[in-house]
Design a protein. Structure first.
Length: 149
């Protein structure tokens, strides 16, 4: 069945119902402080398609479509110094597909950007003093960097 013809919500439901799904786990090192749950809850984007959130488990779900058309269901959570992605797909996920999933998730969460300078500058501004001074830079989630800051 070609799931690309359906909406994201229907695809997620169909993928989660399949008993023959192949699961694998991917670990993405976070390299320092990263507020995963703060990031998930920033700006309300997690409530928009193609994301879904499990607040009780502090997990972010997302359906990815890879360049070759493969659909991969991702369930993300923080475990120690890693972002753990539990992946499910209709077929075995190759190393190249895992690398693409890693790239997509890194870009989506902006894990490849050092925002420490942004947080340092933001703390100097009265409107942004809500950033706790004792929280290491980067641990308050990923915020949008606007020209007015």
């Amino acid at each position: 069945m070609d799931l690309r013809a359906f909406s994201v919500d229907i695809c997620v439901t169909l993928l989660s119902m399949r008993l023959d799904m192949i699961s694998t786990t991917l670990h993405i090192p976070l390299g320092g402080q990263f507020g995963f749950w703060q990031t998930v809850n920033s700006h309300g984007w997690c409530a928009l398609v193609p994301f879904d959130v499990d607040k009780s488990e502090q997990r972010l779900g997302r359906l990815l479509e890879l360049q070759n058309g493969t659909l991969v269901r991702c369930s993300l959570h923080r475990r120690s110094s890693n972002l753990t992605a539990e992946l499910k797909s209709a077929g075995k996920i190759t190393k190249a597909e895992k690398d693409e999933v890693r790239r997509q998730l890194t870009e989506c969460l902006r894990l490849n950007e050092d925002l420490s300078e942004f947080y340092t500058e933001a703390r100097r501004r009265p409107h942004y003093r809500w950033l706790p001074g004792n929280v290491p830079a980067g641990c308050s989630g990923r915020r949008r960097c606007l020209k007015t800051l």
